[in-house]
Design a protein. Sequence first.
Length: 265
Amino acid sequence: MRAKYFIFISVLLLLIAPFAAYAEPQSPVEELNNISDQALQMVKLHRYDDANRLLNHFSEEFLLVTGDGRPFTMDELRIITVAHDEAVEAVANADLGHAERMNRVTKFRLVIDAIASTHQPLWTEMEGPIMTVFNDMKTAAYEGDNDQFHSNLNSFLSLYNVIYPSMKIDINPERIQKVDAKVSFIDQYRPKVLQEASSQEELEGLESDLQNIFDDMTEDEADPSLWWVMISTGSIIILTLSYVGWKKYRGDHDKKKDVQKEHRN
């Protein structure tokens, strides 16, 4: 299965071309968005030094934009700064695998898009994979399938972690805090969610909250010129994060088997 994910990702990397805008002159914020996209494209191609240079260039341009009085809120400034720092650390850290570097730079890319977008932001394109893996997780919980529940939950958390900062840009704080509290409960109390009907009600509540968020965000039709970048970026995110979630689950599962083996011996 591990080889299958690498093959899928490799094929997508060859097929997906960088997105470029050929419209009128870009605004300063659109330029920042373009730089973040270029940085992600460089990471896809394993060109980490080029990605690092682009991220440093972003920092310089961002200081100019904020110095000109761009009305970023304090929350937006904090989210951008944290996402940028994580992306810079990821491309500079040779000990991190490619999938983890992709995760962190993608998170940064989606944050900047959420700031710049006047139409449907890129993170909303993750509705399909997120709700699909969530439904698989919920089914596994109701059926008491321990392995499938943990595997699907890890995949869901990987996806959720990448879009969470972007959601905070577009969703009011009370609403996103409500969702995040449910996610934390399900992750922290996994055995209860598997065994207790009362805890499984949290799954139903979270599913409803997430679906309502996606529905509210996709009421307005997206700019047609963005569809290709949405599809291409979404595809690579889905496959990369699915692999990360599966790898984490397999690592935990193998470690548990080794411990059990040692005890028998």
